[in-house]
Each structure stands twice: as C-alpha cells, then as structure tokens.
Write a protein that binds this ligand. Structure first.
Ligand SMILES: [Zn+2]
Length: 103
C-alpha cells in the first residue's frame, strides 16, 4: 500500500484541492479530499486479487534464480525482505477488503 497526494477536482465539494490517493498495489483504492474530507472508495478487489496472486506465485521462481546466481548476497538481503513484504501486503489487503465491504 502506498499513499500519494495529487491535485484533483473533488466530486463532493466541486473544488480543486489536494487529494490523498491510496494505492493497493498498482490500483487506486481510496481518494480523500483534503478540502472537505469526502472519501471515495473504489472496489479494486476484482482487479487486485488476481494481480496479487500473480505477484505471489511469481516470487519463488525469482528467488530461486537469484539464489543460484548469488547465494551470499541473497542470504544477507532475504531476512529483511521476508519480514517487510508480508506486512506491506497485509496492509494492502486490509485496504482492499475495506473498500469491498463498504460498497
Ligand atoms: Zn471535497
């Protein structure tokens, strides 16, 4: 999950204002107007879940390829990666799930 700010026209208050745009993976899942606070949630679960599945399934093969090429380098970088990635994914997943339940 990542958050970006961009200047958009709000659909609720019809003003040009900073909007906080929340991404789940590469999909926009939530847009909040900083002017009036209106939140627009987009149900990205239809697009996001197959994308996530693809990202997860392609991982072991990539790791194996790197392991064969440079085992020492991977051993030092792996603990950090394995610890930070699931947390980030869980956060993405919660965002997507919220957008789904509310709609
Ligand atoms: Zn607004």
């Amino acid at each position: 999950m990542s958050v970006e700010e961009s200047y958009l026209r709000c659909t609720a208050c019809d003003q040009e204002a900073e909007h906080v745009v929340v991404y789940a993976g590469r999909f926009v899942s939530q847009i909040q107007c900083t002017g009036c606070g209106a939140v627009t949630r987009l149900d990205v679960s239809e697009d996001y879940l197959p994308d996530l599945r693809q990202r997860i399934s392609s991982k072991p093969r990539r790791l194996m390829r790197r392991l064969r090429r440079d085992p020492g380098q991977l051993a030092t970088s792996l603990p950090v990666r394995t610890l930070s990635k699931p947390g980030r994914m869980a956060q993405e997943f919660r965002t997507v799930w919220r957008s789904r339940r509310d709609s």
